[in-house]
Write a protein that binds this ligand. Sequence first.
Ligand code: URA
Length: 287
Amino acid sequence: MSAPAPRSQVADIARQARALLVQVRESRWTGFDPPAARSSPAGTASPDRSSAAASRHPSRTATAPERSRRAPAAITAAAPLVTTPMPAEPSPWNSLEQVALAVSACTKCPLHATRTKTVPGEGDAQARLMFIGEAPGADEDRLGRPFVGAAGHLLDKMIGAMGFPRERVFIANILKCRPPGNRDPQEHEVAACLPYLRAQIALIRPRVLCSLGRHAAHALLGRTDSLSRLRGRFFEYRGTPLMPTYHPSYLLRTPADKTAAWKDLRQVMHLLGQSPPERHPTEESEQ
Ligand code: URA
């Protein structure tokens, strides 16, 4: 057996180990930092868009690489973001208006035959927060606007409680046309429609995404876990933090879950630097 190392040598090794630990800690992305600057997909952003976005989101000027395309992982302090480069996705649209125009002429899935109006989405083209629902219902189909029925009324309250007027956020859906009888979106419909939403997100470049309900979370995250497992923690959607939460229609049927939904929205507010009230403000008025 070899003789034990002298005390000074042990102290030396311990010092080196501590220094190494500090280096590792400092080089690792442990927190929930803002998304890094993204290179615009060729021909999708107007020339001044990146600087406008950078001034809205100063952190976007950071040079950290793009995030991974792999199935999104939940973001927690213990699970740093994956930072592999993500190739720019080509998009034929340069503005939200062009996306809306393309949606209005879309015949990619059978829903075009039964729709009254397309519902591309609406709101602030420079929104820091974007809500993504499932699909238009009867009221939305009639008016061509997202979330204008009973669920929309509750969503407005949720947005208001977060300290935003509705016009300051952007509201869209996975599907831009109403499924007959409000049935669940089908896989081929989601696949046909998703490029429009992806383009909208790429043009708006919100600081945070909030998906409403199971279908929106599944379509964006490519996961099939139950919503109760997904909600309440941040995921990453193509470099942007995404919080899945309950759909307002579900909350109207299950008001007891409003407390949980409010917890999710509070986390979103934190990320946006807003200070949230403790209680969920829709509690009294909706129950
Ligand atoms: N439900 C949705 O998911 N979207 C709407 O626009 C309206 C109701």
